[in-house]
Design a protein around this ligand. Sequence first.
Ligand code: DC
Length: 226
Amino acid sequence: MNPPSTIAIDGPAASGKTTLALALARHLGYLYFDTGVMYRAVTLAALKRGIDINDDDAVSSTARTISVDVLPPTVDDGRPCTVLLDGEDVTWAIREPEIDAQVSIPSMYRGVREALTIIQRQIAARGEVVMVGRDIGTVVLPDADLKIYLDASVEERARRRWEENHLHGTDGSLEAVLDAMKNRDKLDSERDIAPLRPADDAVVIDNTNLSIPEVIEQVIQLIEGR
Ligand code: DC
């Protein structure tokens, strides 16, 4: 049986989507594409331009005018991909706590989502892609060949994000990360447009108590057993 050509991986922040998607993309020789970086790049662009993040029209128009490129890693510093915003390397800048705290706001705007969804569908139309996000299985690619929804407890996800932040020299307490994550979960899953939720035909995997290799193995078996 042929492997699925389009694979959608959705789930809340720090649920392990990136690690799983990168492993699958490598295993299958597919493109890895994290749509979250696009929402982050729009947020960074708006902040850099001094645009009020609560101004839907101004932020949506920013989303339509910026250029975001996602490339395979150009620097060997642990990055899963390189992100360019209007030609500038913003791979780590879009991971700063300030962006974490604000990114859910632009993600609520219809204009932002429409602009980014068009680009995401164009990339997926080429096939052989592992696309990661919140609404890939429900909105962006409702006909994806395989949909995975990865979940884990908010405490475990906050712990993972806090460890990750420390590796990159970002300060902050675990409590602050946990609070920010609870807030983002709420905004992502309660927004009107494309809220975070598993597609009806998604395979849901809770990996709170699973190791990374166990999750990867589970999904590869799923693909090979189809
Ligand atoms: O996966 P992430 O933490 O990099 O995503 C950043 C934010 O972008 C997240 O809070 C919600 C938003 N997002 C979204 O609304 N839809 C997507 N497909 C991907 C991300």
